[in-house]
Design a protein around this ligand. Structure first.
Ligand SMILES: [Zn+2]
Length: 265
């Protein structure tokens, strides 16, 4: 019943930080039940240290607890849930080649949370797909069917359909968020390029990513242009890579193969 009340309040007026976090917690609990989350403490510590170093310097000082999870899936994907819950697939991490690329992905997903894109979408969801699905998932009114459908595609159904503007904002956030954390933003266009190349080689493995992150080459150009505007003297001081990152990726690669997707898809 508490969940239903929350949903009603949400649609009626603005969503407070407290509500946003509660919503995120409920949704994350569902996701964590449905998706194979990597439990390795060292890997989790690593991704959370990197994620926190970026997230804690953003404008969302009202979110004190951020949570970063690695999904044990070979598909390339990443998504964020309101309130500060960020998920990155193992398959994406394994395709990065330096720390700044992984940081860029985190910076982008953190950016969606910072700009409250999901919340805004929910509030303006007259077409209601996302709002209703979210309410279903959160309140369990629709019990598991809607939840399953949403979650089986890696959470993407829910937080998939960001507008082009939202994506541009998240890209810009990604650049700012990494720079603020002392990390080179050059990993962002680099990562896009890796994914574009991958799409040519093996389209199915990056399907999830491209479904949620419409990947036009102009995003490479746009983020590169933002980076060009950064003072080169500053850019030179930013970290591109760390030994920690490479140990982290090596440890992920050494895990047993990811389980097949539940849905067969
Ligand atoms: Zn995005």
């Amino acid at each position: 019943m508490a969940g239903v009340a929350l949903a009603v309040t949400m649609t009626g007026c603005g969503v407070s930080t407290q509500q946003e976090i509660e919503m995120g917690q409920q949704y994350a609990a569902q996701i964590n039940q449905q998706l194979p989350i990597i439990q390795d403490p060292e890997l989790n510590r690593n991704i959370n240290v990197l994620g926190d170093s970026i997230a804690h310097l953003t404008a969302r000082t009202d979110i004190t607890d951020w949570h970063f999870y690695i999904v044990d899936s070979k598909e390339v994907n990443a998504f964020a849930v309101p309130g500060g819950f960020v998920y990155v697939n193992r398959g994406l991490i394994e395709r990065t080649t330096n720390m700044s690329q992984l940081a860029g992905v985190l910076g982008h997903e953190i950016g969606h949370v910072v700009r409250r894109h999901s919340i805004q979408q929910m509030q303006s969801a007259q077409k209601a797909n996302i709002g209703v699905t979210l309410a279903c998932v959160l309140t369990r009114v629709c019990e598991s069917q809607a939840a399953q459908a949403a979650i089986n595609v890696g959470g993407t159904a829910l937080f998939a359909k960001f507008s082009r503007t939202d994506e541009q904002e998240a890209d810009a956030e990604g650049v700012q968020n990494t720079v603020r954390a002392g990390i080179s933003p050059e990993g962002i266009p680099e990562m896009f390029q890796i994914l574009v190349n991958e799409r040519q080689r093996s389209p199915s493995s990056v399907e999830g990513w491209f479904a949620t992150h419409p990947m036009e080459e102009d995003r490479i150009a746009a983020t590169s242009a933002m980076i060009k505007r950064i003072d080169p003297a500053v850019l030179r001081t930013l970290t591109r890579d760390t030994q920690n990152y490479h140990s982290f990726v090596q440890r992920i690669r050494s895990l047993p193969p990811s389980p097949p997707p539940k849905n067969g898809g």
